[in-house]
Design a protein around this ligand. Structure first.
Ligand SMILES: NC(=O)c1ccc[n+]([C@@H]2O[C@H](COP(=O)([O-])OP(=O)(O)OC[C@H]3O[C@@H](n4cnc5c(N)ncnc54)[C@H](O)[C@@H]3O)[C@@H](O)[C@H]2O)c1
Length: 234
């Protein structure tokens, strides 16, 4: 399978471009990024052509699938464009910045008959897989409540500008806690029935610089009536 990478920033440079070069059955064929510095680093790392425009990569008939690693605000439009071009896609999380964008992605993949996967890579980590098996085997008994906390080691100031704005980064519950919300459904093999969320951030445009608003979501699951709470701590 011949693969292209859209977006050659941090996660592509340190993870996807390196992994794709040695993955059996996959050939890294090309990449694209509007930023000249990102293009130069990706070209130096991989030796493959790196286009300026995503459209030029998507227009190539020799590419079967793409990995989309652009900032979150572009996820929906790039995934829809990939599906429309007949390319399977692995789209970095979160799927979009809002539910309407997510729906467009799902519909475009279904209409084109391509496979779309979202980058919830933690499901593939052996420790998470072991924890899921232990839960299924009842090793901690019946789960009644779960609390998750994402402890981010990097200072907020190191985040790129697009992550700090809810319109472009989706906000912390989409950007970071989406991993946990996905894992809760996967660990518990259950679907969320109701959600009560309180959102806030110390680094978005809506907040005064020194405020430290917490954010979190309380979820109730359908079948097993567990409740779960997800939050982020810096
Ligand atoms: N699964 C994970 O654990 C994980 C980890 C890190 C990042 N991510 C996700 O990956 C995505 C990228 O994160 P990052 O940290 O690499 O960001 P980044 O800002 O370092 O890189 C994004 C790159 O995309 C490029 N870009 C912008 N518009 C584009 C377009 N239209 N087409 C192609 N490229 C475009 C930018 O020039 C930049 O080089 C985010 O959505 C983030 O949520 C996921």
């Amino acid at each position: 399978m011949r693969i292209g990478v859209l977006g050659c920033g941090v996660i592509a440079y340190w993870a996807h471009l390196r992994v794709l070069r040695r993955m059996p059955g996959a050939t890294l064929a090309a990449a694209a990024d509007p930023d000249p510095a990102a293009r130069a680093s990706a070209m130096c790392l991989t030796g493959v052509p790196v286009h300026e425009r995503a459209e030029d990569l998507l227009g190539r008939s020799d590419i079967d699938a793409v990995v989309i690693c652009a900032p979150t605000q572009f996820h929906a439009e790039l995934a829809v464009a990939a599906a429309d071009a007949g390319k399977h896609f692995y789209l970095e999380k979160p799927i979009a910045t809002d539910a309407a964008g997510a729906r467009r992605v799902v519909d475009a993949a279904a209409a084109a008959g391509v496979i779309g996967a979202i980058g919830f890579n933690r499901r593939l980590h052996p420790l998470y897989q072991q924890a899921r098996d232990l839960l299924a085997a009842g090793r901690i008994g019946r789960v009644r409540a779960v609390q998750t906390a994402l402890c981010e080691p990097l200072p907020a100031e190191t985040m790129p500008g697009w992550r700090r704005q809810r319109a472009s980064g989706g906000g912390v519950l989409l950007d970071l806690a989406s991993h946990h919300l996905d894992l809760l459904r996967w660990f518990l093999r259950d679907e969320v029935e109701t959600v009560a969320a309180s959102l806030g951030s110390q680094v978005t445009e809506q907040e005064p610089p020194n405020s430290r608003s917490p954010c979190g979501a309380a979820l109730r699951f359908r079948a097993s009536s567990h409740s779960a709470q997800a939050s982020r701590i810096t």
